[in-house]
Design a protein around this ligand. Structure first.
Ligand code: HEC
Ligand code: HEC
Ligand code: HEC
Ligand code: HEC
Ligand code: HEC
Length: 243
């Protein structure tokens, strides 16, 4: 009996001392819960709020212009002396594993040197950096440290191959079709035919061929992934996308 009273008294004493901390703790927990809720909602629905340091694009170590390589329009040569036709290279010419693997792959410097050993003025600072990286002019060979623009968190699995395969065979599911692909995509839809792999990239990456500097144009958040999976009868169980 005596023992119980003693215990209650110390308990209530302890409680009096702890109470303000509990109240404060409650506030902290509430604030933390609110922050987490907001974070999950933004993660689900759109771009994270800028507070979290999200950027859509970066300066690359070498300013590689997709316009010149993958675009098709006319543009001034690098030295400004003539009008050149952009090269119109296929996306898969450089992103070689996009149709077969998880990653699209970014080309090694050696692949750029097929052309840039000879092509492009010596005076271009960007091409000087490229040639130095390739070990020309007596420099030590160093891979270019391209910065990733699109990156999902580590707990998410994404596979390019499956998406390219599906979208080339189901062109009606392609989004953001750029002007220059519209006719081809439309006629494939009408004839139940296929499109080239490079015509499906816009769905998630926008019109890269017209970007001097690649930027992320789609949120590529869970909501977008799951909606598209649902619309196209692809699996939506958590384990498909989460390790
Ligand atoms: C099929 C040939 C070809 C390949 C392959 C190629 N390029 Fe180019 N690149 C060109 C041409 C042509 C130009 C324009 C040259 C001109 O106007 O004198 C150019 C221009 C450039 C420029 C612009 C330079 C400036 O100062 O504006 C950069 C940077 C560049 N390329 C980097 C690369 C990189 C990096 C790779 C490899 C990932 C690569 N290129 C692969 C042909 C190629
Ligand atoms: C001549 C080679 C070349 C061609 C052709 C090319 N790319 Fe790229 N691509 C690169 C290089 C090099 C980078 C890394 C530097 C950068 O981000 O600009 C890159 C980066 C990218 C990225 C950003 C990757 C990231 O970090 O998230 C995307 C998306 C992309 N390319 C899509 C395309 C698409 C779509 C096409 C066709 C319309 C294409 N590329 C054609 C060389 C090429
Ligand atoms: C269904 C959406 C989707 C389509 C279609 C798609 N991508 Fe991607 N791509 C992504 C996502 C998501 C990432 C980031 C993946 C990660 O972080 O694991 C990415 C990353 C990349 C990267 C950088 C990292 C890497 O994988 O090497 C390149 C380059 C790229 N994509 C090129 C392409 C090209 C070229 C095409 C068309 C042939 C294409 N993508 C089609 C969603 C897509
Ligand atoms: C344009 C619609 C579309 C978008 C956007 C999309 N997916 Fe998919 N995804 C599909 C379809 C359709 C399949 C089933 C392809 C097949 O038939 O194998 C698929 C398959 C997959 C698979 C299974 C691949 C395999 O074979 O193991 C994974 C993983 C996946 N998607 C992840 C993602 C993630 C993560 C995102 C968002 C970043 C995403 N997807 C965005 C349409 C989409
Ligand atoms: C089609 C692919 C896909 C499926 C299916 C999927 N997720 Fe995700 N999930 C993603 C992607 C992509 C992200 C990362 C981008 C983001 O934060 O939205 C993500 C992020 C998350 C996050 C972390 C949110 C954050 O703020 O970091 C949680 C939690 C999550 N998913 C739970 C689930 C659960 C539970 C399921 C099953 C009911 C599920 N996911 C099914 C693609 C998927």
């Amino acid at each position: 009996m005596e023992y119980m009273k003693e215990r209650n008294r110390t308990a209530s004493l302890r409680f009096k001392i702890i109470f303000p901390f509990i109240a404060l703790g409650g506030l902290v927990v509430t604030a933390a819960m609110a922050a987490i809720t907001v974070f999950i909602l933004t993660a689900w629905m759109g771009q994270p709020i800028p507070v979290f340091g999200f950027e859509q694009t970066f300066d690359q170590p070498i300013a590689f212009p997709h316009t010149r390589h993958a675009g098709t329009g006319m543009m001034k040569s690098v030295d400004g002396t003539q009008e050149l036709q952009a090269l119109g290279l296929d996306c898969t010419f450089c992103h070689r594993t996009v149709t077969t693997q998880l990653n699209a792959g970014v080309p090694a410097v050696q692949q750029c040197m097929f052309c840039h050993q000879a092509i492009g003025p010596q005076s271009s600072p960007e091409l000087q950096k490229l040639r130095a990286a390739a070990g020309l002019d007596g420099a030590v060979k160093t891979p270019v440290d391209w910065r990733r623009i699109h990156r999902l968190p580590d707990h998410v699995r994404f596979v390019h191959e499956a998406h390219i395969r599906y979208l080339t065979a189901n062109p009606e599911a392609i989004n953001n079709v750029p002007e220059q692909n519209k006719a081809a995509v439309q006629s494939a839809v009408q004839s139940n035919g296929q499109v080239m792999p490079s015509m499906v990239c816009s769905t998630c990456h926008g019109d890269v061929a017209s970007m001097d500097k690649v930027k992320q144009v789609e949120p590529l958040k869970m909501g977008q992934c799951v909606n598209c999976h649902r619309d196209n009868n692809a699996p939506t169980d958590c384990a498909v996308c989460h390790h």
